[in-house]
Design a protein around this ligand. Structure first.
Ligand code: C5P
Ligand code: C5P
Ligand code: C5P
Length: 465
């Protein structure tokens, strides 16, 4: 079936239900997709109970209540239909809103599902928050005020990364938000922290793209800003978002000239950016990528409901707690990244790996892996292994790679699903970012097996899907 049919069918399921349990993931896309669906359902007068899980696996399935509410799974579920079937859930009890690779239930139960992976290229770069938004809008066009949350979910799940902006249906959603004035779509430099980081630190922190002479050198960045008259003194704290259009243009062209002089492409220097003008200036809620980090900080540190409250509009006590979570998250991610780089990764041939044991929580190692990869060998996927604090028999695996490696045939989701199954574990995710849980003790064999599978993918060449 097509997207319109599936979304209409999902809307009918919601309209005909008396109560909903929303089960969602703890990252930015999970929290925004939950917040969108929860508000859309509540606005129909239907009671909603949220359940956040770090991943759907046999242990966390226990948090899904065995009652007569409709179970709506957002940002997870597509890859865990076996668990729903094992738990005795009927097709009528479930609705899946997801963008992860579909793994059908083994005994043939067909759960109703709207999955961005089903509908071709226009939908391929749309996260679960985008799917939840399309459903919300189908239920009531007035739900267009939720578009900004869908933009945050999409940007948080890196849907804009490769193309330096959202595309397809995710771009349409951003425009939908622009129509109501709640989203401002702008062109600017492709750096992180444009609303909150002093500009010299924002430039110095950029690693994709590398800015010649500026990346890694805050003093050089401050000197450049003084030369251009953007800073009056080196201790200025202006952020990119506060620049006049002319200042932003001059800065971008000077950086572009330096890149060209260094023989580098300026292709990744510019991006489409998504700002929320109604939020307070200098707050991380002013743009989609910083907003997403704040939600990740809440969710991945076991406070997804604080993130949900921020999405619902809390700018008081819960927001202040979210700010605290964000500061903590940033510090630990920075440490983790430094730990990976200073310890060094082992080279298995076709992937590079590191075991962080119990030093960092399993919910954040994937983020650190993604950020460290830009400073390692970008042509080989990275795998981080770590222990899981409340499950002593398990090892968590997180893998990340780049789009150009996918074009050589690599598919992390396929490799981890296949290898984890051989070790009585379970994996899932995306071709570019995937994870798994495996039993403790078999790490070496597991790394060897994934390395072998990835070697095979490189040898075959063409993308698997
Ligand atoms: O479960 P899940 O989709 O939430 O995983 C999110 C993680 O996957 C994030 O770390 C995000 O950076 C990464 N991801 C990615 N590219 C995609 C999809 C997800 O890097 N296309
Ligand atoms: O889970 P995922 O890999 O997407 O997490 C990466 C997170 O780190 C994103 O939420 C992104 O906004 C944030 N980030 C950051 N600093 C950067 C780049 C990304 O905090 N330089
Ligand atoms: O945890 P991490 O951020 O590394 O997860 C990367 C991707 O793999 C996410 O999309 C996550 O939902 C997925 N994943 C999964 N099954 C697991 C672990 C992670 O589907 N056991």
């Amino acid at each position: 079936m097509g997207f319109i049919e599936d979304i209409s069918a999902a809307a009918e399921i919601i309209r005909n239900t008396h109560a909903v349990t929303l089960i969602s993931h703890i990252d930015a896309d999970g929290i925004t997709s939950e917040a969108i669906a929860a508000q859309a359902v509540a606005r129909l007068g239907i009671p909603v109970t949220p359940v956040f899980v770090r991943q759907l696996e046999p242990l966390t399935m226990r948090h899904v209540p065995d009652d007569d509410t409709l179970k709506v799974f957002t940002d997870l579920g597509a890859g865990q239909q076996n668990l729903m079937e094992e738990a005795g859930m009927k097709a009528d009890d479930v609705l899946i809103l997801d963008h992860h690779i579909n793994q059908p239930a083994p005994n043939g139960t067909i759960y109703p599902q709207v999955n961005a992976q089903f509908y071709g290229p226009e939908y391929a770069k749309c996260s679960a928050a985008g799917v939840a938004y399309m459903l919300a809008r189908k239920l009531d066009p007035d739900n267009a005020d939720l578009a900004e949350l869908a933009v945050v979910g999409n940007v948080g799940d890196m849907m804009a990364r490769e193309t330096c902006g959202l595309t397809g249906i995710a771009r349409w959603i951003a425009e939908d938000g622009a129509q109501t004035g709640r989203v401002r779509i702008a062109k600017g430099i492709n750096c992180y922290g444009l609303s909150t980081r002093p500009l010299h630190l924002c430039l110095a922190n950029s690693d994709d793209p590398i800015l010649p002479g500026l990346s890694g050198d805050p003093k050089a960045a401050a000197d450049l800003l003084m030369r251009l008259g953007i800073y009056q003194k080196s201790s200025d704290q202006r952020v990119w978002e506060s620049l006049e259009a002319e200042e932003a243009k001059i800065l971008a062209s000077v950086i572009a000239e330096q890149m060209i002089a260094n023989g580098e492409s300026t292709e990744r220097l510019f991006a489409e950016l998504y700002f929320f003008p109604h939020e307070t200036e200098l707050s991380p809620l002013r743009n989609a990528s910083e907003y997403a980090t704040m939600l990740n900080a809440c969710g991945r540190w076991a406070k997804p409901k604080i993130g949900e409250a921020v999405c619902f509009g809390d700018r008081g006590t819960q927001y202040r707690e979210a700010e605290h979570m964000l500061r903590h998250h940033r510090t630990i991610i920075r440490e983790l990244c430094e730990h990976i780089l200073s310890t060094g990764v082992a080279d298995a041939g076709h992937l590079q790996w590191i075991h962080t044991r119990d030093t960092y929580p399993d919910t954040i190692v994937g983020i650190g892996a993604g950020m460290a990869l830009s400073k390692l060998d970008p042509s080989k996927p990275i795998m981080v292994l770590c222990y899981v604090s409340d499950e002593p028999d398990l090892v968590k695996i997180s893998m990340r790679t780049y789009e150009k490696v996918l074009r050589r045939g690599v598919d992390l989701q396929a490799a981890l699903v296949a290898a984890a199954a051989e070790f009585d574990g379970a994996g899932g995710g995306h071709n570019i970012a995937a994870g798994a849980y495996i039993p403790k003790g078999c790490e070496d064999d597991f790394i060897r097996r994934v390395n072998e599978l990835i070697a095979g993918q490189f040898a075959t060449g063409a993308p698997h899907r």
